[in-house]
Design a protein around this ligand. Structure first.
Ligand SMILES: CSCCC(=O)/C(O)=C/O
Ligand code: FE2
Ligand code: NI
Length: 183
């Protein structure tokens, strides 16, 4: 269940309240079921997945990718698997935990675990959104945002791409005011 933290420490959990606070950013937040396939569920329960198992997971969820392909021309998808035993996990995360934008929409489908997406709103205020399992988020291209793990340090998320360049950040050198203030 999504949780939104505002800069004044307000915590919102009602999806309508969250959508209202995110409306100026045109961020889409939906619930997408993973389903009851036992093989998929057993794969998602594993910490790490080799490339073959990642592809099995992606194929099992390609119904959503096919929809994105048809309605918006998405061309590729990959699977991010992060957990506490990933070597140099903190170093890996540094590139995400700085305010950046992408030329593509940032489209993520969390299928296990959770993570935090932070946003700079048009009025300059900052918010942090915890996105959890079976939640889909679409952050429009050009949105200033950052990303980090929760204390659980565990997420599996499908990333969908329109362009073929993959993950390219444009850093904006703004300070993550909210995160530091509440850390
Ligand atoms: C869960 S996807 C990893 C984070 C990412 O791709 C991104 O761009 C964060 O801002
Ligand atoms: Fe990003
Ligand atoms: Ni934070």
């Amino acid at each position: 269940m999504a949780i939104l933290k505002l800069e004044d420490d307000t915590i919102l959990t009602d999806i309508n309240d969250i959508s209202q606070e995110l409306a100026p950013l045109n961020i889409q937040l939906n619930r997408w079921a993973v389903g009851n396939d036992s093989q998929l569920r057993s794969l998602l329960a594993q910490d790490s997945l080799d490339e073959d198992k990642k592809e099995q997971v992606l194929k099992a969820l390609d119904g959503y990718f096919n929809q994105l392909q048809q309605i918006a021309g998405y061309q590729s998808r990959d699977l991010i698997v992060l957990h506490p035993r990933v070597p140099n996990l903190d170093e890996l995360m540094v590139k995400f935990d700085q305010i950046h934008t992408h030329a593509d929409d940032e489209v993520r489908y969390v299928i296990d675990g959770e993570a935090i997406f932070g946003f700079v709103r048009p009025d300059g205020s900052q918010v942090e959104l915890t996105v959890q399992k079976e939640e889909y988020i679409n952050v429009p291209a050009g949105t200033e945002h950052w990303f980090h793990l929760t204390p659980a340090r565990r997420i599996k998320a499908v990333r969908y791409f329109i362009s073929t360049e993959g993950w390219v950040p444009q850093y904006t050198d703004k300070e993550i005011r909210l995160h530091r203030a509440l850390a």
